[in-house]
Design a protein around this ligand. Structure first.
Ligand code: HEM
Length: 432
């Protein structure tokens, strides 16, 4: 019965949304943002560009969001403490709490009240971020290089004698998961399971047309992951060890640094952020490169250009397309009034393609000078794993170009995942 009611609710919301899109199109001389349409899914950049021209803070009523698509505004808003990431503070939280309660999701509700740093403002954000950063010093990340390289080689060894393979399954999915699991001290034998959980979890975050079935999968995965970390942390209490989880356990024991629920949220965030994004960067970057054979040749001949190419891949096809901020109070911003709790979609992908930030933004150019992007965010919430992701991606491209100098796309039109926040491929077939 609960499932039926949920299905009807999702159906009605979707109909209501579609009606909103029609009305927006009528009032907007034929233009509307439709995040569920296949044209947006295949090429969202055209839409971002149109929105930027109409209004760099574009009000899309069907999505209930103001979309910010200009680089200077995106950077300004992310750094401005009049905007918050903490949705617990605003009226929208009541809807979420009620909805989770109705769905019997006690664990998710508990975590909603004790979120990870991604959803915390200062001072809690600063307190926990400091602890997490200890695990990501430049020196430590650099020391992982040889091991990451070995892991890439081991993954690619599996393609020996093959004429074609799926890059996502062979390398882009396993590599970042193996690396983050090692950093956190999670057993290799659990890799497969938490990759499935984290893929399922993202089906609700920006999942286009999320069905009741997908939503259940996502929520079950979320709760399973929290139970998983709870078990690991209890098991390791007496012997914390020197890895990331060990350090969090010691911090929790000191009393005022971290509580146990914050610890679960931190582990969950690191596991998901640590691999879902890098996986997509590898796939998106290689797709862009193989569509530009001259640039492929250029990188093949000179590996020293790969780090700049990685920045251009991040700019051109970012794995995370948007993040959200809320107006902390009733406010006037850039001559417009906003009510407390107004949500803004900070469009990372839109800002990266802003012609005022990068010349000819729709051109992919691995030799571009001063690549400007916010693909790792900006300001206080800037990605903690950026250096790790850069090293992993650079090494992946070095090894791929070395081993498969004649590789081509097996399918010229691979399907983009149906998600308006995370952009990437499920599969990417290569002929080698
Ligand atoms: C290509 C790979 C990656 C991309 C594109 C990416 C992107 C981002 C973005 C856009 C944010 C900021 C979100 C916001 O402001 O709302 C962020 C935050 C974060 N990322 Fe990443 N990320 C990547 C890899 C990683 C890795 C490998 C890790 C860890 C192993 C990681 C851990 C984090 C954490 C902990 C935060 C939260 C920081 C905070 O809220 O203070 N990320 N990432």
């Amino acid at each position: 019965m609960k499932e039926l009611i949920n299905s009807i609710r999702i159906f009605l919301i979707f109909r209501f949304y579609k009606l909103g899109v029609i009305l927006e199109r009528i009032s907007n001389k034929g233009f509307a943002l439709d995040i569920f349409s296949s044209s947006f899914q295949n090429n969202p950049y055209k839409t971002y560009s149109k929105m930027r021209t109409i209004n760099p803070i574009y009000h899309s009523k069907p999505t209930f969001l103001r979309w910010v698509t200009k680089m200077d505004l995106v950077q300004e808003m992310i750094r401005d403490d009049r905007f918050s990431v903490d949705d617990r503070k605003f009226p929208i939280a009541k809807l979420r709490r009620n909805e989770l309660r109705r769905d019997g999701r006690d664990i998710m509700l508990d975590q909603f009240e004790n979120p990870s740093i991604l959803k915390l403002d200062p001072p809690d954000h600063s307190r926990i971020r400091k602890l997490v950063s200890y695990g990501f010093t430049n020196r430590y990340i650099k020391s992982l290089e040889t091991e990451i390289n070995d892991t890439i080689n081991q993954c690619l060894d599996k393609t020996h004698n093959l004429e074609s393979f799926d890059l996502m399954n062979v390398l882009a999915k396993p590599l970042p998961a193996i690396v983050i699991a090692k950093m956190m001290g999670l057993p290799d034998s659990d890799l497969n399971q938490f990759q499935i959980w984290s893929e399922n979890l993202l089906k609700e975050v920006g999942g286009i047309g999320s069905s009741v079935k997908k939503r259940k999968l996502a929520r079950d995965a979320y709760e399973d992951l929290i139970r998983y970390f709870e078990k690991i942390i209890i098991e390791r209490k007496d012997n914390p060890g020197d890895d990331f989880i060990g350090k969090l356990i010691l911090a929790e024991e000191e009393g005022d640094k971290l509580n146990v629920k914050e610890m679960y949220g931190t582990c969950l965030l690191l596991l998901i952020a640590g691999h879902e994004t890098t996986t997509r960067l590898v796939g998106n970057g290689l797709f862009a490169l193989l569509n530009h054979p001259d640039q492929f040749e250029c990188l093949k001949e000179d590996h020293s250009k790969i780090p700049n190419a990685v920045e251009e891949m991040l700019r051109y096809e970012p794995p995370v397309h948007a993040t959200v901020r809320f107006a902390n109070d009733n406010m006037t911003y850039r001559n417009r009034d906003y009510k407390r709790g107004t949500p803004f979609a900070i469009s990372i992908a839109g800002a990266n393609r802003d012609p005022e930030a990068n010349q000819d933004p729709d051109v992919f150019n691995v030799l571009r000078e001063n690549v400007k992007h916010v693909s790792f965010g900006y300001g206080p919430h800037m990605c903690i794993g950026a250096n790790l992701a850069r090293i992993e991606t650079r090494l992946v491209f070095e090894r791929l170009l070395e081993r498969f100098p004649n590789m081509k796309l097996g399918n010229k039109n691979p399907e983009w995942q149906k998600n308006f926040i995370f952009r990437g491929f499920e599969n990417l077939e290569l002929k080698v």
